[in-house]
Design a protein around this ligand. Structure first.
Ligand SMILES: C[S@@+](CC[C@H](N)C(=O)[O-])C[C@H]1O[C@@H](n2cnc3c(N)ncnc32)[C@H](O)[C@@H]1O
Length: 226
């Protein structure tokens, strides 16, 4: 792995490579309303494989995802697979008012819920495969932070490849790509394949300890591209 470094911190105290975000933002994550949770669950019932989870991410997982993003220093932030907005509300809360942010969500019910919850946010009802097209519409080719809520382990390899390639194409040098994975799904060939792609592509990959206060428990990948 020559010039590539990998930080594997699962099950151990988290290795922090960036300072600041946690202490600067002590607020806890705003909770998704119970109707939001039920809408998410209905979306899951209609498209279980695509939605990939029966319940939105918990405040604990959302907080940890967003804590790692250093949002105050980002210019162009993108969220793919926001669901009903567990991470979105924290991103909006913490991002620099001068920076730009949009989301790409495939499930129509979740798109409607997002647009109701965040009327000023640009939400594209489409697949994250087409992320480069939406960045162009924002007069840029690259984002310096891409937050993913996608269930990578549930995807067919061809879809996983297309979305991964779109992320790689869209990430600015030095930018951060962050996503999470469910612990129980780690044995799936698609999850292992995704993990391998992360470690092969990114110059640095950090894996957090498991966030037990999430249903199901999950951990986070933070990946940098130099
Ligand atoms: C596991 S859920 C997570 C939702 C939310 N980020 C959270 O953590 O609560 C995955 C979300 O990704 C969306 N999704 C699945 N495939 C997608 C794709 N190709 N492009 C954009 N969104 C997609 C699903 O509809 C769902 O809302």
């Amino acid at each position: 792995m020559s010039n590539r470094s990998a930080v594997l911190a699962q099950g151990r105290p988290e290795k922090r490579t960036h300072a600041g975000a946690r202490s600067a933002h002590p607020r806890s994550a705003p909770r998704v309303t119970s109707s939001g949770r039920w809408e998410f669950f209905s979306a899951f019932l209609r498209e279980p494989l695509k939605v990939g989870a029966f319940w939105p991410s918990s405040p604990a997982l959302s907080q940890k995802i967003v804590d790692g993003c250093q949002l105050e220093n980002r210019e162009m932030v993108v969220e793919i697979g926001p669901g009903t907005g567990a991470f979105t509300s924290l991103i909006l809360d913490r991002m620099n008012p001068k920076s730009r942010f949009f989301a790409v969500e495939l499930n129509q019910m979740n798109v409607l819920q997002l647009r109701r919850r965040f009327p000023k946010l640009q939400v594209y009802a489409d697949s994250a495969e087409r992320l480069p097209k939406y960045l162009k519409q924002h007069s840029t080719r690259k984002a310096d932070c891409i937050v993913s809520g996608l269930a990578w382990g549930n995807m067919l390899p061809a879809t996983q490849n297309k979305i991964f390639d779109a992320v790689v194409d869209s990430l600015a040098p030095g930018g951060l790509f962050t996503t999470f994975a469910y612990v129980h799904a780690q044995v799936l060939p698609t999850s292992l394949r995704f993990r391998k792609r992360l470690f092969n592509h990114f110059s640095k990959v950090e894996v957090t300890p498991i966030v037990w206060r999430n249903l199901p428990p999950a951990f986070i990948y933070r990946c940098w591209h130099h």
